[in-house]
Design a protein around this ligand. Structure first.
Ligand SMILES: [Ca+2]
Ligand SMILES: [Ca+2]
Length: 154
């Protein structure tokens, strides 16, 4: 006879899978604010909304503004960051970086900085900065943990 314990185990497994399917484990990539592992127009809108809310840390406020720009269902896994989302290297995340993100998407995620920057200038003529780092690059991938415990140097 199938016992209550077996049924309970099945229920736990189903709940466990359910929870993890809600939160798929994607690598955190630059410019991916909804955490779906890719950078697309939704992420551009979220970054624009963040800048327009004076870089608010209030996710409800940022998604509210994003909805005003383009009505959609937005989720925020990570808010933009001045150091991470600075694509032209001027030490801040601003409208130029938003336009560079959009230009990069519109050039089919080109790895040619000249092409991306030229498209950015076409979108907004005041953007003359050059893309120095590309969206969708993995964060922290260049950092290798070097701390080893239990070894004492001589
Ligand atoms: Ca995304
Ligand atoms: Ca910048």
């Amino acid at each position: 006879m199938i016992g209550k314990k077996y049924l309970l185990c099945c229920l736990i497994v189903v709940l466990f899978l359910g929870v993890f399917s809600e939160f798929p484990l994607y690598a955190h990539v630059r410019g991916d604010f909804d955490g779906n592992g890719v950078v697309n127009v939704s992420d551009v809108i979220l970054m624009l909304a963040w800048i327009q809310t004076r870089k608010s840390t209030d996710i409800t406020k940022v998604t509210g503004r994003a909805n005003e720009i383009l009505s959609d269902t937005y989720t925020v896994a990570y808010l933009p960051d001045n150091s991470i989302d600075d694509y032209d290297g001027n030490n801040t995340a601003d409208i130029s970086d938003v336009v560079l993100m959009l230009a990069w998407i519109q050039t089919r995620k080109s790895t040619d900085p000249v092409k991306v920057s030229a498209r950015a200038t076409e979108i907004l003529s005041t953007v003359v900065s050059t893309i120095g780092i590309f969206p969708e690059t993995e964060l922290g991938s260049s950092t290798i943990p070097i701390s080893i415990t239990g070894i004492t140097p001589n």
